[in-house]
Design a protein around this ligand. Structure first.
Ligand SMILES: [Zn+2]
Length: 215
């Protein structure tokens, strides 16, 4: 029995109607397009394997980077951007937004967007709050700084210790809809499960006519 927090995937659909400024799913007009997102990178161990798999299937994605990790691995940030992927803001130190003073949180968001823009030469326009903890401080900052907060409608919970590769594959295949935003992790906590599942999902879903695009 594997438990993915119910809010992770199903709660989002309810919350979407309460917070229309948040992006939960893209209107793809019914086209089989999906939006893969990778949180927490860049990492020395996983970013490159993920980039290789995406390139193999002509897929682009969105990487929500932690500023501190981006500062430590600037060449990986540039590699992500160079490959045509979108780089988004995932704060500087990955704090719990609901337990962080608004000014601290907003300063982290400012610092991270500035760093990522300096590193990539592209404007940063998307934010994902750590742990999906959206709040007034993040929403206010997004409005001030013309960013969009990106949530999701498919989260297989690849970061959970009891979630393995076959589960990730089954979960994504079962829940994927046109325009879906899928959360995966560029975080060593996922071990081999995420790159392996990504490989299978890209191969099988591409064969089924799906395309994968960056936000
Ligand atoms: Zn995260």
């Amino acid at each position: 029995m594997r438990i993915v927090p119910p809010l992770a995937t199903h709660g989002g659909r309810l919350l979407a109607s309460w917070f229309p400024d948040l992006l939960w799913r893209v209107d793809s007009g019914g086209d089989k397009v999906a939006y893969l997102t990778f949180d927490d990178g860049p990492t020395a161990s996983l970013t490159e394997p993920l980039l290789e798999r995406l390139a193999q299937y002509d897929a682009t994605a969105t990487f929500f980077l932690i500023g501190g990790h981006a500062e430590a691995h600037p060449h990986l940030v540039r590699a992500i951007a160079r490959a045509g992927h979108t780089v988004g803001n995932h704060t500087f130190t990955h704090p719990y937004p609901w337990q962080t003073p608004a000014t601290t949180l907003q300063a982290q968001l400012d610092r991270t967007t500035k760093l990522l823009q300096d590193q990539t030469g592209h404007p940063v326009r998307y934010v994902r709050p750590p742990y999906g903890q959206i709040n007034g401080a993040v929403r206010q900052w997004c409005e001030l700084r013309a960013h969009r907060a990106v949530m999701w409608d498919v989260m297989p919970g690849d970061f959970l210790p009891n979630v393995d590769q076959p589960y990730i594959e089954r979960f994504v295949r079962r829940h994927l809809r046109p325009g879906s935003i899928v959360v995966l992790h560029d975080n060593p906590i996922v071990d081999d499960a995420t790159p392996a599942a990504l490989d299978t999902l890209l191969r099988t879903l591409t064969a089924d006519g799906w395309r994968f695009e960056a936000l």
